[in-house]
Design a protein around this ligand. Structure first.
Ligand code: BDR
Ligand code: CA
Length: 314
């Protein structure tokens, strides 16, 4: 059973991912050791309060939620108000959580838990990579202590979703992302190429909306804002629940097909800063970075079924 530390920017698809993880925890299929939050969709304190709200709604108690980096390493901070609303949850005005954030920065929490459980921790990152980058700078031995790093981020053959070529999580902190791809640890990367084909549509949304539970009502409500943002992109009513695919792969990698390539982040390009670049040449790689396992294909029906089953089980 994977021991997961989720680093996120909750966020509507992050919130659905938390519900999915909560269902796995309640079924005994995963352990959620801790959560850390980072700037991205919202500021990290709002992200932490959203996280606590969702975990409380899902009936998962005792998971520490640490607040992390409020800004990227080398650029201004931006929030995704158009996609997630000012509060990160589609401006649904949810009540404050009962719990409070942990008294420890998110990067320090990563290092502490990795040291306490050497070789056991899966770092699941569904936001910008500033906390993971900071944790690498705090402890040079971190890569040897972590079991796996699963990241929602990047775009290769798929267009970007925040600039023409860049995906949002990498674009929000390119320097931190490049540190993470340069480190000597096993990384699974889940780019837009794998997440976009999983877009849920009307039949899936109707099944969720038709279910009588607090979790299904919450998911349906927060998804409305996200669907409104996605409908012009998809040209049909629907949404891409990106982060849940990364969570699923942390538990069962079989839902995707992969290719292994070294990955770098463009840090200077005038039009392409924040773009992920893989070395796809058949010549021996002249890049000595450890190859990243990149999800390039997906069983979309399996993803949609498993996510819906988990959400309806809560
Ligand atoms: C990623 O960006 C965020 O807005 C989503 O939560 C997801 O993590 C998709 O590019
Ligand atoms: Ca996210």
């Amino acid at each position: 059973m994977p021991k997961i530390l989720l680093d996120c920017d909750t966020g509507i698809d992050d919130a659905l991912t938390l519900l999915y993880l909560a269902a796995l925890v309640r079924a005994g299929d995963a352990e959620l050791a801790a959560v850390g939050t980072v700037h991205g969709n919202v500021d990290p304190l709002s992200g932490a309060l959203n996280t606590l709200r969702v975990l409380e709604l899902a009936g998962v108690e005792g998971v520490p939620v640490a607040v992390g980096a409020p800004r990227p390493m080398a650029q201004d901070v931006h929030y995704a108000v158009d996609w997630h609303g000012r509060d990160g949850l589609g401006d649904t005005g949810l009540p404050a959580p009962r719990g409070v954030p942990a008294d420890e920065p998110a990067a320090a929490q990563i290092v502490r838990l990795a040291r306490a459980h050497p070789g056991e921790l899966t770092l699941l990152a569904t936001g910008p990579l500033t906390n993971l980058g900071a944790a690498l700078l705090l402890d040079a031995e971190l890569p040897a202590l972590v079991r796996e790093v699963v990241i929602m981020g990047g775009a290769f053959d798929h267009p970007g979703n925040i600039t023409t070529h860049a995906e949002a999580n990498v674009w929000h902190d390119p320097e931190a992302a490049d540190l993470v791809f340069a480190a000597d640890w096993p990384v699974v990367l889940v780019p837009l190429d794998a997440t976009h084909p999983t877009a849920v549509g009307e039949p899936w949304l109707l099944k969720l909306a038709g279910h009588d539970s607090e979790a299904a009502r919450f998911a349906t409500r927060v998804l409305e804002f996200y669907i409104a943002a996605y409908t012009p992109v998809l040209k049909r009513r629907g949404a891409v629940i990106h982060d849940a695919l990364a969570a699923m792969l942390a538990v069962d990698p079989g839902v995707c097909g992969y290719t292994e390539r070294p990955v770098r982040v463009e840090l200077r390009g005038e039009l392409t800063r924040g773009t992920t670049v893989w070395d796809a040449r058949s010549l021996p790689a002249d890049d000595h970075r450890r190859p990243v396992r990149i999800a390039t294909s997906v069983d979309a029906a399996a993803f949609q079924d498993r996510l819906l089953t988990a959400l309806l089980a809560l």
